[in-house]
Design a protein around this ligand. Structure first.
Ligand code: BGC
Length: 743
């Protein structure tokens, strides 16, 4: 009976949802009908809250503010909300927004680190926790996830991305959307997510932030747009435009992008918000004369909300009165904003939720953050099984500027993280292991750019006494993030020299990197016995690393981005195209190049003379304390139709001595198509945990539609023909099989 009741309830759920939507639509129309043109324009204006509070109150009172960013004190947001409801002309509640990018008070690993976990369930759970913390502070609109494809580690915002792969970015970004938005936006613990930056921002020329992009239409559609489409399909409530211009058009004024593609083709019904000042940004871009012209272009293009430039506020009325913009265009944008506010339940419950028991820094929230930090750590080397530190280790020397960098460890965009809550590696190591192992600590450098060698002697002396040295190096929080690009990715200060000095002592050296991006670390990898890459791991990073170092946790992270050998190799990414002269064979050693020989002795391949064609570490790479083997790849049918799925299985065996998790990765590729293709592309992945000695058959079912690309006629279609399918534990190795798509 109970089951029947549940079934009936489940069957009625979609009906209830559509009834709710109908009633929202109706309420919006009623409200819109009563609003003056000023009320409407006010609903498209979003401003920063880090200004004079009395001024802000006045703006709210006069109805010229719809949404406020960056106020996280519920006493203030509630007071502003009360003014909006009780004193503003239309009485419409405000929406409070914030860059809740990777955690809120409890800072999660930077998104690039989260991506290294390849664990969408955990990312969803951690994001849901983030929403718990942020909504307690009155935030109901989060400017995340960011899903810019990033193939250039010089770009500081690579830290905020899910890395270089389109499919992976889509899967992980949608996990964040689910985590933030929950079952229903009306739930007071839910935040509206914002897919950003639409589009192509990560391809900034030379990796310099805000720079021009030149992404051709096919690449735009096959590489940069799909993660956004995935978020639209997931019900993401909003989309943020990007700062960049692509092929001459800044995104915020791009009608094709914001209206024809996003609304008409994809059916997106949510809110489009500009990036900070990017409406007025059309002026420095050189495609608008002034803010009036910029407002005109952007509202017509389909950008609903003007973030912080006041171009709409100051000009839309005049544009409408002079007949240059139709009021219907304004109405449409306002409708979307009102729908979002209603969907969030702000008309019923406008104030910051009060939690009976605060979720901020609560045990479960911290525990999930710790797990995510553990899973984000990628082990790049473990020679002689130095790790995990075992019983023979009686004395550990901890060194390096990142061993205790509570602020830097949080990474970029940790707006609400408080360094007093950060657990650093030295804190965790002492707390967890201090009574079992002697832990010496010589920071040696005060911060990563420190150039002083004064402590080297003391450090090497201590290293000689220790059974193992664990060095924490990397880069400060300030080195990545928005407007923080770099032209060199080498370790800064004298960190490199510090590691050289340590290596020379002969004591086994474990190097742990904390950084917002892949650094160029060839030499440091060479001289270290073991290497862990921990990104900026957030509040719980120290505990996570202590767990990994001592084997309480087993590394399972895999690189979400290719590690270059040097900056000159950039852009370097695994899914590069087939070319006529594929890079191979060169060893990249100038000393071995003969003098005065014919040019042809070097062959004719797409390589550099002075560096090997391969990366330092490929996408998907990462080691574990155990070992895994793949065998017995089996494809159910070698001929599939476009509407079918490719079903394939592989046996994964844990051949080592302890439990571990492997990320099994499935790539497809094709040699011949109507347009040139990537050598291979990730099309699915699964995290598999196996006990020592355990084997399991892992099954994949990849819809053939996932293999569609924009063909010679620029149609999204699946092409007939032969495909390779590789299942591996990184992007460069694995078991191969073949199938054909037939029509
Ligand atoms: C960034 C966005 C961010 C916005 C609001 C901009 O500068 O590009 O990612 O959401 O500021 O803070």
């Amino acid at each position: 009976m109970k089951k029947l009741f549940t079934l009936i309830l489940l069957a009625l759920l979609p009906l209830a949802a559509s009834a709710q939507q109908q009633s929202i639509d109706q309420r919006v129309e009623e409200l819109l009908g009563k609003m003056t043109i000023e009320d409407k324009i006010g609903q498209l204006n979003q401003m920063d809250g880090r200004r004079d509070l009395e001024k802000i109150k006045q703006e709210v009172r006069t109805g010229t503010l719809s949404s406020i960013m960056n106020i996280v004190d519920p006493a203030v947001t509630n007071e502003l909300q009360r003014i909006a409801i009780e004193e503003s002309p239309a009485g419409i509640p405000l929406l409070f927004a914030r860059d809740v990018v990777h955690g809120f008070n409890t800072v999660l690993p930077i998104p690039l680190g989260q991506a290294a976990s390849w664990d969408e369930e955990l990312i969803e759970a951690a994001s849901a926790n983030t929403a718990l913390e942020a909504t307690e502070r009155g935030i109901r609109w989060a400017f995340a996830p960011m899903m810019d494809i990033a193939r250039d580690a010089r770009w500081g915002r690579i830290a905020e991305s899910f890395g270089e792969d389109t499919y992976m970015a889509g899967r992980l970004a949608t996990a964040v959307v689910r985590g933030y938005q929950g079952e229903s936006l009306a739930n007071p613990t839910a935040m509206a997510a914002c897919a950003k930056h639409f589009v192509g921002y990560g391809d900034a020329e030379g990796g310099r932030d805000y720079n021009t992009t030149s992404i051709p239409p096919r690449t735009l559609r096959d590489v940069y747009l799909p993660p956004f489409k995935a978020c639209v399909d997931e019900g993401c409530a909003s989309i943020m435009t990007s700062f960049n211009d692509n092929d001459g058009l800044p995104s915020t004024g791009n009608h094709w992008l914001l209206t024809e593609l996003l609304r008409e083709q994809w059916g997106f019904e949510g809110v489009v918000v500009s990036d900070w000042g990017s409406v007025a940004g059309l002026i420095p871009h050189g495609v608008a004369h002034d803010k009036r012209d910029a407002a005109h272009q952007c509202i017509e293009a389909g950008c609903d909300v003007d973030m912080s430039s006041r171009s709409y506020l100051l000009n839309l009325k005049d544009l409408i009165e002079k007949g240059e913009v139709e009021e219907a265009v304004l109405d449409e944008a306002v409708r979307r904003v009102l729908k979002l506010k209603m969907a969030l339940g702000l008309f019923e419950q406008p104030y910051a939720r009060t939690a009976e028991q605060s979720d901020i820094y609560s045990e479960p929230v911290l525990a999930t953050a710790c797990r995510l930090a553990e899973e984000s750590v990628v082990m790049l080397k473990n020679e002689g099984k130095v790790l995990p530190l075992g019983e023979s280790v009686k004395r550990v020397l901890v060194v390096g500027p990142m061993a205790h960098a509570p602020y830097d460890q949080m990474g970029t965009w940790a707006l609400d993280g408080q360094k007093e809550h950060t657990i650093t590696p030295i804190m965790a190591l002492r707390e967890q292991w201090g009574d079992k192992v002697a832990i010496d600590y010589v920071p040696c450098l005060t911060h990563p750019r420190d150039k002083s060698t004064a402590e080297f002697k003391r450090m090497t002396k201590a290293a000689r006494k220790a059974d193992v040295v664990v060095a924490f190096v990397g880069e400060e929080q300030m080195m990545s993030g928005e407007a923080h690009s770099l032209s060199s990715l080498d370790l800064q200060g004298v960190q490199g020299e510090m590691l050289e000095a340590l290596a020379q002592t002969g004591t086994p050296l474990v190097t742990v990197f904390m950084a917002g991006r892949p650094l160029t670390i060839s030499r440091q990898v060479e001289i270290s016995d073991a290497v862990l890459y921990a990104w900026h791991p957030g509040t719980m990073g120290g505990k996570a690393l202590a767990n990994i170092l001592f084997g309480v946790a087993n590394p399972s992270g895999k690189l979400p981005v290719t590690f270059p050998r040097n900056v000159g190799q950039i852009p370097i990414y695994y899914n590069h195209k087939h070319t006529s002269h594929i890079a191979k064979g060169t060893e990249g050693n100038l000393d071995n190049i003969p003098r005065e020989s014919p040019q042809s002795v070097m062959g004719h391949t797409s390589s550099y003379l002075d560096v090997a064609p391969t990366p330092l570490f490929p996408f998907g790479y990462g080691l574990s304390y155990t070992t895994f083997e793949l065998s017995d790849i089996r494809i159910e049918s070698t001929a599939v139709r476009p509407e079918e799925s490719v079903k394939v299985s592989v046996v994964v065996s844990n051949t080592g001595e302890r439990e571990g998790t492997e990320v099994v990765q499935l790539y497809t590729g094709r040699k011949t198509a109507s347009v040139t293709q990537p050598m291979k592309e990730l099309k699915d992945f699964q995290r598999i945990t196996l006990r020592a000695g355990e084997s399991r058959k892992v099954e994949f079912e990849v819809p053939v539609s996932r293999l569609a690309f924009h063909n010679r006629n620029m149609e999204l279609a699946v092409e007939e023909g032969k495909y390779t399918l590789t299942i591996g534990t990184d992007s460069q190795t694995g078991l191969k099989t073949y199938f054909k798509i037939i029509k």
